[in-house]
Design a protein around this ligand. Sequence first.
Ligand SMILES: [Zn+2]
Length: 382
Amino acid sequence: MPVWSLALIPAAIGFLWLLFRIKQSHKKQQSTLSSEYFKGLNYLLNDEQGKALDIFVKLVETNWDTIDTHFTLGKIYRKNGEMDKAIKIHQGLIARPSLPERYRNKILLELGYDYLGAGWFDRAEGLFKEVLIQDEKSKEARHNLILIYQQEKDWFKAIDIAVDLFSEAPAVIGPMIAHYYCELAEISRTKGDISQLETYAQKALRHDASCVRATILLADQAMSAGQDKQAIKLYEKIEKQDPESMILVIDSLMKCHVGLSKQEKFYQYLLDLQERHENLFLQDVIASVIEVTEGKQAAIDYLSTEIKRQPSLIGLQTLLSYKEKNADEVFGSLSTAISVMQKDSVKYRCQKCGFSTNTHYWLCPSCNHWGRVKPSVIGSEH
Ligand SMILES: [Zn+2]
């Protein structure tokens, strides 16, 4: 028996259940239907799908209640990556002149999933739109259209559809819309259209007040325009939106303070920030600020005390980078070892699906959720 036949076991169970149902409602037809069903099932298990489908199509024409069988089969084929077979089933159903209207949308949705699975986004888009013509409230069609537009990076169309869903689930749809506006803002930045960048970033924040990405876009813009004060205000706002994301902007924040010769103020800010959020590892940043303001020895003293209190790879590595200048071979090799460990340790992790990466993504490549890939606590790995 081919391995894929095992996947048909649920379908077989489904068939038996359907048989039972048919027995209840169509006692007269029961014996013919049962024997035909078993014949079809037998063909399926023998990998003769063409013959099996012929039988099921005939059956569905005499009794449309058996349509669930087709849906089950279609899903199994899709799951096995056999899109052509799933498409054949659903196209066959749509082409039936006797198809009752009530099943039409369901078949179109299934066919849409087949096309999505096959990577034919334009065809899938057409079908989901057709569903919306019949049933303008269809959430399933809307969600799939959003996924298609997201895939095609057609952010305007994605926003159009998502806005209609916003009032129903603001906590889910809001962050998605915000990221679409951030994508538009990034395009505006590439084009050098700053006022458009700011408009889109503000729109993002209106749909999701916690959108870190929009705040970073605005802050980065202020910084590159030489408005360090304004940039600092914006970067510091991120602490309220999502404290862990402060790691993403700490270097920029330091540059702004250096630009304003406010290293002392920044040092105090970092100490307070570290106290408010113990899981943020800021030892390397704090040490470099101390080095600039009070000298190398003060930085070494700070790190020596700090890594005993809160051990972290980044703190240890920074300390060694100071000490190895004294040409101690042991320290040198230790530092190398830690560098390797640091390289292997994961910098970012998706809070939705656990996907780990050393590159920061706004859209998780694994589970397709926006804004869930966050800095993992450096130093606690291993
Ligand atoms: Zn994920």
